[in-house]
Ligand binder design. Structure first.
Ligand SMILES: [Zn+2]
Length: 267
């Protein structure tokens, strides 16, 4: 120890932190971090929700512009094509295993890719979607989705913009889950639109997501977007596979709201 160091120790009476002081400091820092982390996570999630909302509204604008450029005809809401040329995302014929619709090729083959979206996969992806798929959104089956070979619903889908009534209450795009390894091109999570009482559909209801604070983003035919926090706790559970669809249907306000959004021609 140099002479100067010896003088310093002599003046203060100590050479550094004691173990107790270090432990106290570390525990205070750990407490502060544990208080800070939840709010950091909340801020991060709020940021991702905002980006997702922006994505969904820009995709809806692309969807709208495509129709105005094509004699008012809506692009197909489905991603698997038997009649190629106008699907919003297109990944090939309807055959088993080919309905993922989340690859870059599927996005590029869709009619919205260029010039409406601008050759970027970013708009198709929600940052809170932890899956490997590039697409995180579905279009309401009401918006020119398939009605044939679809025994579980009863939608008379819109084919043109002009057919859509009460545009501000008709859903176009919605944040969707691909927990099953695939994501519906067209979204319809109820068994029959007109069934009383309505029921969540066994498989398609698995495309519901609650990844934004027990809710998700969606858009409407008048081009506005909304964030929906699920009102019934069973809906978030359903999205996370914590409850069977039949046990989450009775008196579910989210299901009733969803049915109203999915009304088609004449409703
Ligand atoms: Zn999202």
């Amino acid at each position: 120890m140099s002479k100067q160091q010896k003088n310093t120790v002599r003046q203060t009476g100590r050479s550094g932190f004691t173990l107790i002081e270090l432990l106290v400091t570390i525990s205070i820092m750990a407490t502060l971090m544990s208080m800070l982390l939840p709010s950091l996570n909340r801020a991060r999630e709020m940021g991702q929700r905002t980006v997702c909302s922006s994505n969904i509204r820009q995709l809806t604008l692309a969807w709208y512009m495509y129709a105005t450029d094509n004699d008012d005809h809506l692009c197909s809401a489905d991603t698997e094509w038997n009649d190629p040329g106008y699907n919003w995302v297109a990944d090939g014929p309807l055959i088993p295993g080919n309905n993922v619709g989340g690859t870059e090729d599927a996005l590029k083959n869709g009619v919205l890719w260029w010039p409406y979206v601008g050759r970027s996969s970013d708009l198709y992806n929600c940052k809170s979607d932890g899956s490997d798929l590039l697409r995180s959104y579905s279009i309401s089956r009401t918006m020119n989705g398939k009605t044939c070979n679809c025994e579980h619903d009863n939608i008379k889908a819109y084919k043109t913009l002009g057919q859509i009534t009460r545009n501000a209450r008709k859903m176009v795009l919605i944040d969707a889950s691909s927990r099953m390894g695939w994501i519906e091109g067209s979204f319809c999570p109820v068994v029959q639109i007109d069934a009383v009482p309505p029921q969540w559909f066994l498989s398609d209801s698995r495309n519901i997501t609650a990844r934004h604070g027990d809710g998700c983003n969606l858009s409407f035919a008048d081009l506005h977007g909304e964030y929906w926090k699920w009102k019934d706790q069973r809906t978030a559970k359903l999205a996370n596979w914590g409850i069977d669809p039949e046990d989450a249907s009775a008196g579910n306000r989210d299901l009733q709201r969803m049915v109203r959004l999915l009304r088609g021609i004449g409703q």
